[in-house]
Design a protein around this ligand. Structure first.
Ligand code: APR
Length: 184
């Protein structure tokens, strides 16, 4: 049975889930918005893990569209999955990079045996992606990953119970609600 997709209005750092997704930047060394909140409430163990990743597999930083997991520190979760969203561009279509953030985060979550994954609205803050378009891309990417056959991200469908979008304000909530409704 495929995972439920749910919407919650709130602060992702106060969510309980097996994995919380962070809207990080390539440095993995923190920032503002979701990134700042996750490191602030999650505590120094998250940054210590990020530093270890930079010192080993990600010497040049985490590329846009990719995802990597660390401890969740003091957050009510087992893992934080850091993903780097694309900065919105009026001239270049980076939609697939944004979709990749969701697909790759779900793939990493499935690999960790996570059953519940919570996402913020990636790229819609500092990275300025228009909310309605970002919501459409997010919903399509998650639905596609959950529906993919055993050859693709199918492992995701088997293990997940819930994919939760955690929206920080009413405007974002409405954008995701409409995207869910519009896409059947
Ligand atoms: N919980 C849930 N959503 C949040 C929270 C929170 N605590 N704080 C902010 N948001 C929302 C914002 O309102 C926005 O809709 O998350 C969305 C993503 O905003 P950002 O955190 O700015 O992320 P993004 O647009 O992907 O930009 C990433 O910002 O913080 C830096 O280090 C980060 O350089 C990276 C860039």
């Amino acid at each position: 049975m495929s995972a439920r997709i749910t919407l919650v209005r709130g602060d992702i750092t106060r969510q309980r889930a097996d994995a919380l997704v962070n809207a990080a930047n390539s440095s993995l060394l923190g920032g503002g918005g979701v990134d700042g909140a996750i490191h602030r409430r999650g505590g120094p163990d998250i940054l210590a893990d990020c530093r270890r990743l930079r010192a080993s597999h990600y010497g040049k930083g985490l590329p846009t569209g990719q995802a990597v997991a660390t401890t969740a520190g003091r957050l009510d979760a087992h893992h934080v999955i850091h993903t780097v969203g694309p900065v919105w561009s009026p001239t270049e279509d980076r939609s697939d990079l944004l979709a990749s953030c969701y697909r790759e985060s779900l793939r990493v979550a499935a690999g960790l045996g996570a059953r519940t994954v919570a996402f913020p609205a990636i790229s819609t803050g500092v990275y300025r992606w228009p909310l309605d378009d970002a919501a459409r891309i997010a919903v399509d990417a998650v639905r596609g990953a959950l529906a993919a056959g055993p050859e693709g991200a199918g492992a995701v469908a088997r293990d997940l119970d819930e994919v939760r979008f955690v929206l920080f304000d009413e405007v974002a909530y409405r954008a995701f609600d409409e995207a869910l409704a519009a896409r059947g």
